[in-house]
Ligand binder design. Structure first.
Ligand code: SF4
Length: 351
């Protein structure tokens, strides 16, 4: 018998044909589906204002034809997951952490997603192969003390499979101290947060951290709050990373409400990401200057512990840096020099 969250997933809307009547939906939206999948759980659909043609929640969930217009700087793999791949499904960018690509499935395909190209490709380069070689790699690299289960959404695996995966890695790499899960399920399908899930991701003597992904205060529903409490009551630390998205949350009062709202449910805002150079998501990217002005407007208006670090992922797999001098230097005309660990990269605002 499928669990409640699995039943919800089976009922999720997988085509724009079933979204008639939503004011946001453009006439050519179905053209996008040949390239990027659509999936919206009913729960998330209920957060949308059907009559609003500019609804920020709909913008994150529904395809629009702008996704087919890629800017010249947009990338298929903006943060270089593939160039830092060290074993099937494993990316190793920082010395003490590694990232496991558990699945290319999600309960919702967010239109801004930085992995949207890799997740939608038939070859699924990032998501093929057994997990054992990745476990062997970690066994041979004892400096890695934290494993990040990412995806897609790692919680798409059933409890049993998830638990087996955790055990496989802890057996091969007992030095792992922290199990970190990057998931948007508390936002898109909070019914996933069950006792079975908590058992699957928790282990005696290891710390479990969940990094979730609320982008708008309207995503903090009563159901989401209950899910977060369940995690917190189990001793799991919950952090949040948001992406700055044009037309969704690029206003001071929206970000204030978002970060205060997260604080009130015990979730600490960890990063505010400048939108990556994603092919198919350029329409979500703000200019650096606009992002910096917004971030400055938040300073002093919310408690410092609720103000996330504003960061930008340097294209080319180098890592993320604060969106400020000396890492980001304006050269004029919307062009910037990004510098980290001696490597310089030119970066351009969207046209
Ligand atoms: S849930 Fe995460 S990985 Fe999946 S589409 Fe959304 S942002 Fe991308």
């Amino acid at each position: 018998m499928a669990e409640l969250w699995q039943q919800e997933l089976q009922r999720a809307i997988g085509s724009v044909d079933r979204l008639a009547g939503y004011a946001f939906l453009g006439t050519d939206a179905q053209l996008v589906e040949n390239k990027f999948r659509t999936l919206v759980p009913e729960y998330y659909l209920n957060l949308i204002d059907k009559s609003d043609p500019e609804d920020p929640i709909a913008k994150m969930a529904f395809p629009e034809v702008k996704e087919l217009l890629s800017g010249s700087t947009a990338l298929r793999d903006p943060i270089g997951d593939l160039s830092r791949q060290v074993a099937p499904r494993l990316t190793h960018r920082y010395p003490d952490r590694a990232l496991l690509h558990v699945t290319n499935l999600c309960p919702m395909y967010c239109r801004f997603c930085f992995r949207k190209n890799l997740m939608n490709e038939k070859e699924e380069e990032l998501y093929v192969g057994d997990f054992q070689p990745a476990a062997n790699y970690l066994s041979a690299h004892p400096a890695v003390r934290e494993l990040i289960f990412s995806g897609g959404d790692p919680w798409m695996l059933g409890d049993h499979k998830l638990s087996e995966l955790v055990d496989l890695f802890l057996k091969s790499a007992p030095q792992l101290e922290i199990l970190r899960f990057h998931t948007r399920m508390p936002v898109t399908l909070p019914a996933r947060i069950t006792d079975g899930l908590i058992s699957a991701i928790s282990r005696m003597g290891k710390k479990t951290i969940v990094v979730t992904h609320f982008n708008h205060p309207r995503e903090i529903s009563e159901v989401a709050k209950r899910g977060i409490s369940k995690l917190a009551n189990a001793g799991i630390t919950v952090l949040n990373q948001s992406v700055l998205l044009k037309g969704v949350n690029d206003r001071t009062e929206i970000l204030q409400d978002l970060f205060r709202g997260l604080g009130s449910i015990g979730v600490l805002p960890y990063y505010l990401h400048h939108c990556d150079l994603v092919s198919g998501a350029e329409h979500f990217r703000t200019s650096i200057t606009a992002g910096q002005a917004l971030w400055r407007s938040l300073r002093g208006t919310i408690p410092g512990y609720l103000l996330p670090e504003y960061v930008l992922e340097i294209p080319g797999a180098i890592g993320k840096v604060p969106v400020a001098e000396p890492y980001v230097k304006a050269l004029g005309g919307g062009v910037y020099s990004l510098e980290h660990h001696g490597t310089k990269v030119e970066y351009r605002d969207p046209v």
